[in-house]
Ligand binder design. Structure first.
Ligand SMILES: [Zn+2]
Ligand SMILES: [Zn+2]
Length: 182
C-alpha cells in the first residue's frame, strides 16, 4: 500500500539548488570539497555528490542558514555552539519553506559533536574540573589554576597544551586563520 503524504526527505539536487538560489538570491552557492559557510568570501560551499542524500541536503540547508543569519565570528567556544544551534533552528524553517523535513536526530548528532568537543576542550588537563574560557585559545581552571591552550581549529583532535611546556604546535590540514562555519 502506498503511503500518502509522507514527508518528502529527498530532493533532486538541481531542484534544491535552484530553489535555494531563488529564495535566497544573496547567498552564493559553490560546489566544493566540504560543506561550509565562509563569511569572508560570502560563499556557501557544498559537496555536489552528497546532495542526492538526505544528510547532504540537510547539511546544505544548515550552511545556508549560517549565511542567512549572517554569522561572522564568535568570541569563545560556547558562543560557537550557540550559533550552531541557531543555524539548525533556521535550517528547520528553511526546510519547511522548501518542503524538506530535517531529521531531529541528525541535528542532535551534529550538535553532540560540538558538545563533546566543547567538553573535551574545557576539561582541565590537571584535575579534570571544568575550566572557564579566557580567550579563543586559552582556558583556565578555577580549581587548580592550570592554564591550557586549545587549538583554534574546531575539528582537529581536541588537543590541549598546558602553558610553559614545549610541545610543538600541530596544525590540522584544514586549519587556517579564516573564520568558517561547518
Ligand atoms: Zn584543574
Ligand atoms: Zn554549522
Amino acid at each position: 500500500m502506498a503511503v500518502l503524504n509522507s514527508p518528502k526527505t529527498s530532493y533532486n539536487p538541481e531542484t534544491l539548488l535552484k530553489k535555494l538560489a531563488a529564495e535566497y538570491p544573496d547567498v552564493i552557492l559553490k560546489p566544493g570539497k566540504v560543506f561550509l559557510w565562509s563569511p569572508k568570501q560570502h560563499v556557501v560551499s557544498y559537496i555536489p555528490d552528497q546532495l542526492t542524500s538526505d544528510k547532504g541536503s540537510w547539511s546544505l540547508l544548515h550552511e545556508v542558514s549560517h549565511a542567512i543569519l549572517g554569522h561572522r565570528d564568535y568570541r569563545n567556544d560556547f558562543e560557537l555552539l550557540q550559533l550552531e544551534v541557531a543555524a539548525w533552528e533556521e535550517a528547520l524553517a528553511v526546510g519547511e519553506r522548501l518542503s524538506i523535513k530535517i531529521d531531529q536526530n541528525f541535528i542532535e548528532d551534529c550538535l553532540d559533536t560540538y558538545r563533546d568537543w566543547l567538553h573535551q576542550r574545557s576539561t582541565c588537563p590537571t584535575c579534570g574540573s571544568s575550566g572557564l574560557q579566557h580567550d579563543p585559545k586559552t582556558y583556565r581552571c578555577h580549581n587548580c589554576l592550570t592554564i591550557w591552550h586549545v587549538s583554534q581549529s574546531r575539528f582537529c583532535r581536541p588537543y590541549r597544551k598546558k602553558l610553559h611546556t614545549s610541545v610543538t604546535k600541530e596544525k590540522s590540514p584544514d586549519q587556517n586563520d579564516q573564520t568558517i562555519f561547518n
